[in-house]
Write a protein that binds this ligand. Structure first.
Ligand code: NAI
Ligand code: MG
Length: 354
C-alpha cells in the first residue's frame, strides 16, 4: 500500500529545504524499488493567504486527514502577521489531529562545534506536551486604571493529557532500551497544576513501567543540568512551556536550528502526524540558497520511522552523520560555505553508497 504524504513547504527557506527532502525521497525509491510514496504538494503559505484571504481552503483539514502523514517546512512572511500564519495553519493541524506529543531528538553530531557544550555523547529525546498546559487561551486582561491593570493566563492540565504524554514517552523508552525518564516540574511553587503533573507522571512510570526509573527535577535546576551534564539524560518529559524551552536549549547543545528536527505525533494513529524542522522561515537568509536542509531531511526520517520504515529512516540519519563526519560539505550555520543544494546532494550521494 503506497504511503500518502501531504507536503507543505510553506514560506522562505521552508521551500528551499523541502526541495532537498523531496530529492531524498526520490533516492529512497531507487534504493527500494518496492517503496511507493505518493507526495502531494500543497501551496498553503503566506502567498496563498495574500491571494485567497486564508492560509488554507475551508476543507483543508479534511483533505489532509486522507494522508498518512504531513511533511511540513516552515511558515512566516513579514507581509502576514505571525499569529495569522501560525494560528490559521500550524495550530489547526496540531489541534484537529490531536498531535499531543511533540517529539524532539537531541543528539551529538560529528564535526559540529556547539557554543554551549563540548560534550560529544549527548543522545536523548524530549517528549513535550503539545496540546494543553501553559499554552491555553483561558484568561484575559483587565484595565481598571493604570495601577490596577492586570492579565491572567491560566494553565490547563488534565489527567488524561498528562497520562497520554507520559505513556507515549515510556513506550518509546521501552522500545529503545532506555532505562530512565526525567520529568521537568515546578510543583514547589506551582502547586495545583504541577502537582497533578507529578502525581500522574510518577503513577504511570512506577505502576505501568516497572523496568523504567523516574527522576524529577525543578525546571530551573534542570536547565543547568542540561548544560552541565547533557549526556546523563535519556527520555525527558515536560509540559508545553517547559518542553518548549528545553527543546530550544537541546537544539543549541548539539549545534543549532539547522540540525534540529521535530515530530508532532498523534500516538493513537487515528489522525496523521506532522513532521517539521524546529526552525522557522528564516527571512534573513531566505532566497540565498544557503539554509541548512538537514533539519528538514531528518524530519523526513522521523516521518518514515513513525510510518514503520525504520530501515529507511536509518539510511537517512546515517548518511547525515557520515556527511558531517567527512566535513567537506558544510552550510554557513555550521561553519562552512556550501549551499543548500550542495548539502542535499551530498546526503543523497551518501545514501546511494550505503
Ligand atoms: P527562524 O528559525 O526562522 O530563524 C532564527 C535564526 O536561525 C535566523 O538567523 C536564521 O537565519 C537561522 N536559521 C533557521 N533555520 C536555519 C537553517 N535551516 N539553516 C541556517 N540557518 C537557519 O526563527 P525567527 O527568525 O524567529 O522567525 C522567522 C519566521 O519564522 C517568523 O515569521 C516566525 O513566526 C516563523 N516561525 C515559524 C515556525 C514554524 O513554521 N513552525 C517556527 C518558528 C518560527
Ligand atoms: Mg520554540
Amino acid at each position: 500500500k503506497p504511503l500518502k504524504i501531504a507536503v507543505i513547504p510553506g514560506d522562505g527557506i521552508g521551500i528551499e529545504v523541502m526541495d532537498e527532502a523531496l530529492k531524498v525521497i526520490e533516492v529512497l525509491k531507487t534504493l527500494d524499488p518496492n517503496l511507493q510514496i505518493e507526495n502531494t504538494v500543497f501551496p498553503w503559505n503566506s502567498e496563498y493567504y495574500l491571494t485567497h484571504g486564508e492560509m488554507m481552503p475551508k476543507d483543508g483539514l479534511t483533505t489532509l486527514q486522507q494522508y498518512d502523514a504531513i511533511l511540513f517546512g516552515a511558515i512566516g512572511d513579514k507581509r502576514v502577521p505571525d499569529e495569522v500564519t501560525i494560528w490559521e495553519l500550524i495550530m489547526p493541524i496540531r489541534k484537529q489531529f490531536q498531535q499531543y506529543v511533540n517529539f524532539r531528538p537531541v543528539k551529538s553530531l560529528p564535526g559540529i562545534a556547539s557554543p554551549l557544550s563540548r560534550r560529544k555523547n549527548i543522545d536523548f529525546v524530549i517528549y513535550r506536551e503539545n496540546a494543553e498546559g501553559e499554552y491555553s487561551n483561558s484568561g484575559g486582561r483587565m484595565f481598571n486604571g493604570e495601577q490596577r491593570e492586570l492579565a491572567v493566563q491560566n494553565t490547563v492540565m488534565t489527567r488524561t493529557g498528562i497520562e497520554s504524554l507520559v505513556r507515549a514517552a515510556c513506550e518509546y523508552a521501552v522500545e529503545h532500551s532506555k532505562t530512565k525518564i526525567t520529568s521537568a516540574t515546578k510543583s514547589n511553587v506551582i502547586f495545583h497544576s504541577m502537582k497533578l503533573w507529578d502525581e500522574h507522571t510518577s503513577a504511570i512510570v512506577n505502576n505501568e513501567y516497572p523496568q523504567l526509573s523516574l527522576e524529577s527535577y525543578y525546571i530551573d535546576a534542570l536547565v543547568a543540568y542540561f548544560v552541565e551534564r547533557p549526556e546523563s539524560f535519556e527520555v525527558v518529559v515536560a509540559s508545553n512551556l517547559f518542553g518548549d524551552i528545553l527543546s530550544d536549549l537541546g537544539s543549541a547543545l548539539v549545534g543549532g536550528l539547522g540540525l534540529s528536527p521535530s515530530a508532532n505525533i498523534n500516538p493513537e494513529g487515528q489522525y496523521p502526524s506532522m513532521f517539521e524542522p524546529v526552525h522557522g522561515s528564516a527571512p534573513d537568509i531566505a532566497g540565498k540558497g544557503i539554509a541548512n536542509p538537514i533539519a528538514q531531511i531528518w524530519s523526513l526520517a522521523l516521518m518514515l520511522d513513525h510510518l514503520g520504515r525504520k530501515d529507511l529512516a536509518k539510511i537517512i540519519v546515517d548518511s547525515i552523520v557520515l556527511v558531517l563526519q567527512k566535513g567537506d560539505v558544510k552550510t554557513a550555520d555550521i561553519g562552512g560555505t556550501s549551499s543548500t543544494k550542495q548539502m542535499g546532494e551530498a546526503i543523497c550521494e551518501q545514501m546511494k553508497k550505503l
